[in-house]
Design a protein around this ligand. Structure first.
Ligand code: DGL
Length: 265
């Protein structure tokens, strides 16, 4: 039994999709969320910067006495997870492995596409992990950098996102893929439009959603479960809390009360 909170972080707002998935399977747990809204996006930054920023967040979460840290951000999971695991004294779980596990379990023809930020795609972490599990797989990896600002601006429906989806994904539409991994926190908010573009036959995998089950199993196996009845949620951001709360409520239907500002060093 362990009543310490679960830490979760992202470069910004998108990681709330992962928080929602976690809270669904772990409603009794306390969660502390950090969104690095002052420095989002991470997806086009250097490996050095992503390591530096994510280390600062993990230090802060460790100081808040978190029992485990969930890296909601795919970019951090792709390029900094190994270093974070080596440098911090708590278990740290990223989103990539669970997304890959789910994709492998669902595919019929082993033809995948991975969509992500420039940094995630450049790392090829999804491709490597898929091939490790199933060497006959074919994986196409595609960076879709405009999806993040679209979502951050609330443009998740209508003509503008539809056109941008068409621009990025037309070339892979007829490749007989059966499974596409949405390898970025923000992309699940474009899921309906992406599904519409490819049609019902294609499986869309949301890595953040998939990590919920993994975290639940982990804390139960390691005796880290809380004995509280109702969990709490505290949210911290590095830029203005008000804008964050407004966006969270509108697009993710997560009502936040008392989001606080923090400075990371
Ligand atoms: N959270 C990032 C990810 O999942 C997307 C936003 C960013 O580029 O920082 O890769």
């Amino acid at each position: 039994m362990d009543n310490r909170p679960i830490g979760i972080f992202d470069s910004g707002l998108g990681g709330l999709t992962v928080f929602k998935a976690l809270r669904e399977v772990l409603p009794d747990e306390d969660f502390i969320y950090v969104g690095d809204t002052a420095r989002v996006p991470y997806g086009n930054k250097s490996i050095k910067k992503v390591n530096e920023y994510s280390s600062q967040i993990c230090s802060w979460l460790v100081n808040e006495n978190c029992k485990i840290i969930v890296v909601a951000c795919n970019t951090v999971s792709a390029i900094a997870l190994k270093t974070l695991k080596e440098n911090f004294p708590v278990p740290i779980i990223g989103v990539i492995e669970s997304g890959v596990n789910r994709a492998i379990s669902i595919t019929k023809n082993h033809k995948f596409a991975v969509l992500g930020t420039v940094a995630t795609i450049k790392s090829d972490e999804y491709g490597l992990q898929i091939k490790k599990q199933s060497s006959k797989s074919k994986v196409i990896s595609l960076a879709c950098p405009l999806f993040v600002p679209l979502v951050e601006e609330g443009l998740t429906k209508g003509d503008i996102p539809t056109q941008i989806i068409k621009m990025y994904l037309t070339d892979i539409k007829n490749l007989e893929l059966d499974t596409i991994i949405l390898g970025c926190t923000h992309y699940p908010l474009l899921k309906d439009l992406i599904q519409e573009f490819f049609g019902d036959k294609i499986n869309l995998i949301d890595s953040g959603d998939a990590v919920g089950y993994e975290v639940k199993t982990f804390i139960s196996d390691k005796n880290l479960k809380t004995n509280k009845k109702v969990g709490s949620f505290n949210c911290f951001v590095t830029d203005e809390p008000e804008a964050f709360d407004k966006h969270a409520k509108k697009f993710l239907k997560v009502k936040l009360v008392g989001t606080s500002h923090i400075e990371l060093v």
